[in-house]
Design a binder for this molecule. Structure first.
Ligand code: HAM
Length: 416
């Protein structure tokens, strides 16, 4: 019987070297931007206690209700592959007493996340996010700076067709009062609503703004909007965030229907959408979550942050990053054990000096080795033959004898 052919699980995929290079560029650019703004890297585990997400992300969300990869460990504990990074980072903030540090604590992260969603372009079951969190500040400056950093990242990467939508959910009290008003509107029009919206009037009425159903959309067009109900400090905070974004030249549109799929948001919420992405058009988003740290057992601590989907950035960029080529390929003229050992030693010396060097690992004849050197874009080939070593410049075809004892100098002209 033929051996079975294995494939990556549904909704997951392998990142082969070409896209991996594009991904590296994204990650490097983000890491530089985060470091320049003083956001320090943090890494949390890939799985956490299930209760952390139930509490943090919220029982009424699709993520908790339907999308978590939850399993029992051998000790009977319920664990969940992290569907998002903000609740784990707040858990780490509380667990490691970071409230004792100078505030805000500014953190950046990057890694895999897991949601059992229906896979489609831009939506996967294992995907990768990069993001930042500024924990311990309620200043609108923190919101504006965080948003500005995502705008800067997308601009620096060259992501085309990006638009920023901004909204505010107000504080928990404002939201509570508004939700009652919204529920009343939904109940009064329930015959017009899609079944799943009707069923969730009491659990999560805000998500009705997200519906694609025509009847629901008509009802939502006349629904009261939360941004119009903002008062006092909430209204002032939102005004200030907008003014700061204007001052920083970050274009945005106010979207009174903007909602997000996580329950922890308060006040500012935002979403960067990209017109190259089709149905899954959000490339990154986030907002303020002033109640989350306290909900996870910490002191009341306001915070703001965002995450962007690395696969979605890659889809929007749709770019090939060329292979970097090699400084030197080391070829041996004859299949001689000593020469192959010398090739290994010389490759090590070149790499230590910061040059890229490869050797033949396939036992090719010299002609095949030269072909391979060409294929990988080697700028020079060092040919070790019986008596001497020849260095060939692949562009000009020029060849000269070199002293292998001074190979690094021979190549760099003594500048390495
Ligand atoms: P989120 O909106 O759920 O927010 O996810 C952030 C980003 O992750 C999305 O904008 C999208 O680009 C990407 N993403 C989400 N789900 C998938 C998927 N199934 N496949 C591919 N990409 C996906 C959060 O996770 C919050 N923790 C963001 C945040 C940080 N808020 C405050 N701080």
């Amino acid at each position: 019987m033929a051996a079975p052919k294995y494939q990556a699980p549904r909704g997951t995929f392998d990142v082969l070297p070409e896209p991996a290079r594009a991904r590296e560029r994204i990650e490097r650019t983000a890491a530089e931007i985060f470091a320049r703004a003083g956001y320090e890297p943090i890494a949390t585990p890939s799985f956490e206690d299930t209760a952390l997400f139930e509490r943090g992300v919220g029982h009424s969300t699709d993520i908790v209700r339907k999308e978590m990869f939850t399993f029992e460990d051998k000790g009977g504990r319920s664990l969940t592959l992290r569907p998002e990074g903000t609740a784990p980072i707040c858990r780490a903030y509380v667990e490691h007493g970071m409230q004792q540090l100078a505030q805000p604590v500014k953190l950046s992260y990057l890694g895999p996340f897991f949601r059992h969603e229906r896979p489609q372009a831009g939506r996967y079951r294992q995907f990768h996010q990069l993001g930042i969190e500024a924990i311990g500040t309620e200043s609108p400056l923190a919101d504006a700076e965080a948003i500005e950093l995502l705008a800067e990242l997308l601009a620096e990467l060259g992501v085309p067709g990006v638009e920023l939508r901004l909204g505010s959910l107000g504080s928990l009290d404002t939201r509570q009062a508004y939700l009652e008003e919204l529920k009343a509107h939904l109940r009064a029009n329930q015959d017009e609503l899609a079944k799943e919206v009707r069923e969730r009037i009491e659990i999560n009425p805000l998500r009705a703004f997200d519906s694609d159903d025509e009847g629901t959309r008509a009802v939502m067009a006349t629904a009261p909007k939360l941004v119009e109900r903002l008062e006092g400090d909430d209204a002032e905070h939102f005004e200030e965030v907008r003014a700061l974004l204007d001052a920083a030249g970050v274009e945005h549109t106010i979207d009174p229907t903007l909602v997000r799929g996580l329950d922890y948001y308060t006040r500012t919420i935002f979403s960067f959408v990209c017109d190259r992405l089709g149905a899954q058009s959000e490339i990154g988003g986030g907002g303020r979550y002033d109640g989350l740290v306290e909900q996870l057992g910490g002191r009341p601590t306001p915070a703001v942050g965002w995450a962007a989907g690395i696969e979605r950035i890659m889809l929007a960029l749709d770019e090939d990053v060329a292979a970097p080529g090699r400084d030197v390929f080391i070829a041996v003229a004859e299949d001689d054990r000593d020469k192959r050992a010398l090739a290994l030693v010389l490759a090590g010396e070149l790499r230590k000096a910061g040059l890229s060097a490869e050797l033949d690992l396939a036992g090719r004849a010299l002609k095949g080795q030269l072909k391979q050197a060409d294929r990988i874009g080697a700028r020079r080939v060092l040919i070790l033959d019986e008596e001497s070593a020849q260095l060939r410049d692949m562009a000009s075809g020029e060849q000269r004898q070199v002293d292998t004892g001074k190979l690094v100098d021979e190549i760099t002209g003594g500048e390495a």
